[in-house]
Design a protein around this ligand. Structure first.
Ligand code: IFM
Length: 465
């Protein structure tokens, strides 16, 4: 067959269900550029990325992959890979520049053009409504720690859905609320760069409330829409069976996974996590009826998976000032000694299996999608070619983990590679490349990597062989 099969020693072909949805994902600020075009206002990332030292090399999303102007070429690439679905996010500051009030038609029109192109290519669009580019005007009014932002998000969601609801079946409200809350408001390594633990916890609630309110707005406009949310989840285990290590794992699992899964799928915040953070917040931001709104049934849950957490009890060393975990900055994060990606993240395909299984076993049944999975490596162009065997092996092993999960009864319905293109990797700027397709940022030339051919083969065959 083709030459892209990695030499993993795992030569058993694993076939996916016939209707498995194969896709790739991107996000608006990471690829679009054109940050002042057609009435778009600044987002928190436009402002944050200009703060000295906030982003590697002082990079910004000003140009990014210039997808705003090159979307036709990009959809043609998707077509050549045989993608069945494309998951992208809509930039709130294009649609509602001040975060409230009437829509900016010119901003909506850009996404209409993208949808036209996808429709012509027969690629199913999957819209994420919020992938971190909050209009700066809303941050100036308090940002996610402010309850009104949840209401504003639902209003914006309704505008986007009213415009595109006839053409878009899959709707993700939020991408990775943990990142928005904890990196944005607790350790401040993401926009808006605040280091306010209590505000971070309020943000968690208002993000989830925004999800619930938006879900209800979408449903009232179209009861047939497929609506869900995407969480970044990571199976978390203790370094040893010592009770103190097990308790450290409980704390991090609580903050990283259960603080989101429990309210969304069980309708309550986990008591142990609320107790762990009691010195920071009394959760008085939770109002009557909020948890009913947050836990209204969803049609699917998106899971973004990159790596796992292995943790150990505090050992008396100073707490990590950069920790994203409020009231758990003293927990130690231990490596397993596995190979790492260029992000320094250990490669643990079995962790994807465990994460999917954990959700399927512990929570009421809901169709699952891996809405992001992928790896950054230090790619190079040699003679016009980008050969990325490490990324091919990463996809191969993680897809096999997905297949194992399906075989074990997990209702996994689709998989989206992160990312279609190399792009703006937030605080790491353009240094980290996650794409199936290499982007030369000087010329905007796109070069599909070996992993793109591998993934295209997987899709065409509906199997990893
Ligand atoms: O690039 C990000 C994406 O925006 C959200 N999920 C994780 C990716 C890799 O860090």
């Amino acid at each position: 067959m083709t030459s892209t099969r990695p030499d993993t020693g795992l030569e058993t072909a694993v076939r996916f269900p016939a209707d498995f949805l194969w896709g790739a994902a991107t996000a608006s600020y990471q690829i679009e550029g054109a940050v002042t075009a057609d009435g778009r206002s600044p987002s928190i990332w436009d402002v944050f990325s200009r703060q000295p030292g906030a982003v590697a090399n002082g990079d910004t999303g000003d140009e990014a992959c210039d997808h705003y102007h090159r979307y036709r070429e990009d959809v043609a690439i998707m077509s050549s890979l045989g993608l069945r679905s494309y998951r992208f996010s809509v930039a709130w500051p294009r649609v509602q520049p001040t975060g409230r009030g009437p829509a900016n038609q010119a901003g909506l029109d850009f996404y209409k053009r993208v949808l036209d192109e996808l429709q012509n290519a027969g690629i199913e669009p999957w819209v994420t409504l919020y992938h971190w580019d909050l209009p700066q005007a809303l941050e100036d009014a308090g940002g996610w720690p402010n309850r009104d932002t949840a209401e504003r998000f639902a209003e914006y969601a309704a505008i986007v859905h009213k415009e595109f609801g006839d053409r878009v079946r899959f709707w993700t409200t939020l991408n990775e609320p943990w990142v928005s809350a904890m990196l944005g408001y607790h350790n401040g390594v993401h926009a808006p760069g605040r280091r306010e633990p209590a505000a971070a916890l309020a943000s968690v609630h208002h993000l989830l409330l925004g999800h619930g309110l938006a879900t209800s707005a979408l449903r009232s406009q179209d009861p047939g829409a497929t609506v869900g949310i995407t969480l970044n989840l990571a199976a978390t285990s203790a370094a040893t069976d010592a009770p103190a290590d097990l308790d450290a794992a409980r704390r991090i699992d609580g903050l990283a996974n259960r603080l989101y899964l429990d309210p969304l799928l069980l309708g309550r915040y986990p008591d142990d996590v609320v107790a762990d953070v009691a010195a920071l917040s009394d959760f008085s931001f939770v109002e009557d009826g909020d948890l009913e709104t947050i836990s209204a049934p969803i049609d699917m849950l998106g899971i973004n998976y990159y790596t796992t957490n292995v943790v150990a009890a505090p050992d008396g060393s100073p707490p990590d000032p950069g920790s994203p975990h409020p009231a758990a900055e003293d927990v130690r994060h231990i490596g397993r000694g596995a190979p790492k990606t260029a992000m320094g993240w250990e490669i643990d395909p079995d962790g994807l299996y465990r994460t999917l299984k954990m959700v399927a076993d512990k929570y009421p049944a809901v169709p699952l999608y891996v809405t992001e999975n992928g790896a950054a490596f230090d790619d190079e162009v040699v003679d016009g070619v980008v050969d990325d065997p490490d990324r091919v092996a990463y996809f191969d092993s993680h897809l096999r983990a997905c297949h194992r999960a399906i075989a074990a009864g997990v209702p996994l319905r689709g998989y989206f590679a992160w990312s279609l293109l190399d792009n703006f990797e937030w605080a790491f700027g353009y240094d980290k490349r996650f794409g199936l397709v290499f982007v030369d940022y000087r010329t905007q030339r796109r070069i599909p990597k070996t992993s793109a051919r591998f993934y295209a083969d997987v899709i065409a065959r509906n199997e990893v062989w």
